[in-house]
Write a protein that binds this ligand. Structure first.
Ligand SMILES: Cc1cc2nc3c(=O)[nH]c(=O)nc-3n(C[C@H](O)[C@H](O)[C@H](O)COP(=O)(O)OP(=O)(O)OC[C@H]3O[C@@H](n4cnc5c(N)ncnc54)[C@H](O)[C@@H]3O)c2cc1C
Length: 304
């Protein structure tokens, strides 16, 4: 059976959910083989095996943690040359995409990024589904040269001494408290200019916490400094695809939609019945968010 390389994403000893998604996807095409860089493989392996990884290639050198992307791209290139996998899967994070691009150059292969689905084509080769032009068009693409490399949107030796590129000189822990990671969360509650300010935005956090959700924001909010930029959803922010996306006081501009329209279920709360977000929403509430959200919080509290 063909081997499918899956690059593991992990941090602070924890395997990121996207790794399991990639392993699950890999099983459609062959035998998943996880590529693990840096320490922590021993703790991470059982989880990967549970999702169907047939083996884990470990490059446990701590230097993988100290450099940005170059060693990982070189490691994958070596594995592509030695193992001739049918497909390489990486997470469509900023780091994952850069590794994938470098790997494509090193191996003379085709790369598909921001795939939202991957299915076998008539000849069994992977066909990626991508949502482009701000989500207005869905395209299906296939790699025609080399080993297909695919960076999937969220939701795997020996090392040579040729480390190059930028060195990580310090790490800053993202400020997100106990909330799930925005790009990995099952539920995202996002607030827009309708919240009226940093204080008003607090109600978005309250709802997110009641639902165990991540907090997102429109660019109007982050540009105004009401909430940090790392939480911006949209064309120039994060792309999310949760099971449930709640857009509260957000008009639904095309640039915002580009980052959330592949969400499974979209709920909008807006006082303007003509707001474009309602064209996209599965469920909509027309009303003042400061009246609707407290009622929602009461209902959630009753059910707990
Ligand atoms: C190149 C470019 C890139 C961009 N990238 C992004 C991006 O990544 N992400 C992004 O979000 N935007 C992006 N934008 C900006 C985008 O065009 C919009 O300006 C922005 O999304 C608007 O944010 P908003 O919906 O919060 O604000 P508004 O458009 O002002 O909408 C506020 C909404 O809140 C509603 N409202 C007001 N008060 C209440 C209330 N009390 N209760 C309920 N509803 C209420 C209003 O009816 C309105 O629909 C980009 C723009 C450009 C040009």
């Amino acid at each position: 059976m063909a081997e499918i390389l899956v690059l593991a994403e992990h941090a602070d000893g924890e395997v990121k959910k996207v790794t399991y998604e990639l392993i699950t996807l890999a099983r459609r095409f062959g035998e998943p083989a996880v590529v693990w860089t840096g320490p922590g493989a021993e703790e991470g392996q059982p989880g990967c095996a549970e999702f169907g990884a047939a083996r884990v290639y470990v490059a446990g050198d701590t230097r993988f943690d100290d450099y940005v992307v170059t060693p990982t791209a070189e490691l994958l290139a070596q594995l592509v040359r030695e193992k001739a996998p049918a497909l390489v899967l990486v997470a469509g994070t900023a780091e994952g995409k850069e590794i994938a691009a470098r790997l494509a150059i090193k191996t003379g292969s085709g790369l598909l990024t921001d795939a939202v689905d991957l299915t076998p084509g008539p000849d069994g080769s992977p066909v990626a589904e991508q949502s482009i032009f701000g989500g207005a068009t869905i395209v299906h693409s296939r790699v025609t040269r080399g080993t297909p490399i695919v960076a999937m949107r969220p939701h795997a030796v020996s090392m040579e001494e040729n480390f190059a590129g930028a060195k990580i000189t310090g790490r800053v822990v993202a400020e997100r408290g106990e909330r799930p990671d925005l790009t990995e969360a099952t539920i995202v509650v996002s607030g827009g200019r309708g919240t009226g300010g940093a204080e008003g935005f607090g109600i978005i956090e309250q709802l997110a916490d009641a639902l165990g959700a991540a907090v997102g924001a429109s660019r109007a909010v982050t540009d105004a400094g009401w909430y940090p930029h790392q939480f911006q959803v949209g064309q120039t922010g994060k792309t999310v695809s949760p099971q449930l996306y709640m857009a509260i006081g957000i008009s639904g501009a095309i640039q915002h939609r580009a980052g959330m329209q592949t969400s499974k279920t979209i709920v909008a709360i807006n006082k303007d019945p003509e707001a474009p977000i309602f064209e996209l929403a599965d469920f909509g509430v027309v009303g003042d968010l400061f009246k609707v959200v407290p009622q929602l919080l009461d209902e959630i509290a009753k059910r707990k």
